[in-house]
Design a protein around this ligand. Structure first.
Ligand SMILES: NC(=O)c1ccc[n+]([C@@H]2O[C@H](COP(=O)([O-])OP(=O)(O)OC[C@H]3O[C@@H](n4cnc5c(N)ncnc54)[C@H](O)[C@@H]3O)[C@@H](O)[C@H]2O)c1
Length: 263
């Protein structure tokens, strides 16, 4: 099967199971933060690419409403900070087909002066923005290593590259997403499991609630491209990294930011 761009899709291929028998089971993608501004387009795009998509977010009713009409997508109620629940949800998704993709995308956006952040605020942000990425990846990797196939995408942020005030806990986790992706790519490469980080620049979602007045001016001053990013452009990057076109790409951070931060 080809997608609209004529690209061959991993999800449509038959694959050999543990016993070497060819299987027609669908390729499965598990996406966290799936009801959000960037999560929903990722779900929509991966479903269009042919994946059976498990769309995980805090509120099942809201997520179900958001994914209404997306063929191949199923809502999962999940607090990713609950490691045991996350593992159960990923294991359940893996039983529905071949777990090919995990997109760690859920996030919360603590902001405020660094010197005022409490341990409780920090711990909650860390549990969602970093610890959950780590253990969701572990749950998925257990399946991927066994089947010698899989792609993990950690959604980072260009805040890892530059200094921004009042988001220290958030930026620390996002920097960790990139470092974690590199470490994991190295460790899992011999099992044909690829791990990459997608680092969005500025996109019009709830993530912008933590930005100061004048943010739009800063965006245009920073970006090479003089327009706002479209949420579908993150989904395109994720789709590419999940596809066979990116079969030799691992351990990378792809900035999708209109040329704000250039490596
Ligand atoms: N929008 C941007 O400009 C931007 C920039 C850089 C990075 N990012 C990253 O993109 C990703 C998506 O953010 P977004 O812009 O779509 O924000 P968003 O607020 O629209 O979406 C985040 C989603 O995560 C979900 N979520 C929060 N805590 C959760 C939990 N404990 N368990 C399960 N789900 C939970 C929320 O319910 C929400 O649906 C995040 O990782 C964010 O850090 C976004």
């Amino acid at each position: 099967m080809m997608n609209r761009g004529g690209r061959r899709l991993t999800s449509a291929r038959r694959f050999a199971g543990q016993d070497g028998v060819m299987s027609d089971r669908r390729d499965v993608a598990f996406v966290t933060g799936a009801a959000g501004g960037l999560g929903l387009p990722i779900v929509r795009r991966l479903a269009a690419d042919g994946f059976l998509v498990f769309a995980a977010d805090l509120d099942r009713a809201f997520t179900t409403e958001r994914i209404d009409g997306i063929d191949g997508a199923t809502a999962v109620e999940l607090d990713v900070a609950d490691v045991a629940a996350c593992r159960l949800a990923i294991d359940a998704a893996a039983r529905a087909g071949r777990l090919s993709v995990l997109v760690n995308n859920a996030a919360m956006f603590p902001s405020g002066p660094f010197v005022e952040m409490t341990t409780d605020e920090y711990d909650r942000a860390h549990a969602v923005n970093q610890r959950a990425y780590f253990f969701a990846a572990q749950a998925a990797a257990r399946h991927m290593v066994e089947q010698r196939h899989g792609v993990i995408i950690n959604i980072g942020s260009i805040t890892q590259h530059g200094g921004w005030p009042n988001i220290a806990a958030y930026a620390a986790a996002k920097g960790a997403a990139a470092a974690f992706s590199r470490a994991l790519a190295t460790e899992l490469g011999r099992f044909d499991v690829r791990v990459n980080c997608v680092a969005p620049g500025a996109f019009p979602t709830h993530a912008e609630d933590i930005q100061p007045d004048g943010y739009e001016t800063a965006i245009y001053a920073g970006q090479a491209l003089q327009r706002r990013g479209r949420v579908e452009e993150i989904a395109s990057a994720v789709s590419f990294l999940c596809s066979d076109d990116a079969a030799f790409v691992t351990g990378q951070t792809l900035n999708v930011d209109g040329g704000w931060k250039m490596a």
